[in-house]
Structures are given as C-alpha cells and as structure tokens.
Design a protein around this ligand. Structure first.
Ligand SMILES: [Zn+2]
Length: 68
C-alpha cells in the first residue's frame, strides 16, 4: 500500500495546472471563466430532438438566436 502523497494542491480541471487558492478549483480566473462558459453552454444548449422535418432541409447547429 502506498501512502498518500502530501500534495493537497489539485489540478485545474481546465488546463491541468496547479490550482490557485484564489481561483480554486481552477488555476486562474481565465480557466474559471472557461469552465463557467462550458457550464452555461451545457445549460442553455439543450439538445433538441426534432422530428423529421418535412422539408428535410438540414439546419445548422445552434448559433443564431431565433425570434418568433
Ligand atoms: Zn487552468
């Protein structure tokens, strides 16, 4: 059995660098923002399964905001 190494510092989940106390669990504000944007994107970019369109025109992936 190997003793746990004494390295409480974790790695930034975004870039893998050592985390910074000020921005943990990230290493910097930038990585924190990156993760935040990913999270927001995952929240708002809800995969919508549409039934087969009659026109069958391929729609581009999300990008433009639709306005009715
Ligand atoms: Zn980072």
């Amino acid at each position: 059995m190997s003793a746990p190494s004494i390295s409480p510092a974790k790695q930034c989940p975004v870039c893998g660098k050592s985390t910074d106390e000020a921005f943990k669990p990230f290493c910097c504000k930038r990585c924190a923002d990156v993760d935040l944007h990913r999270w927001l994107a995952g929240v708002y970019a809800v995969p919508v399964k549409e039934a087969e369109d009659e026109d069958g025109a391929p729609k581009p992936p999300s990008g433009d905001e639709k306005e009715n």
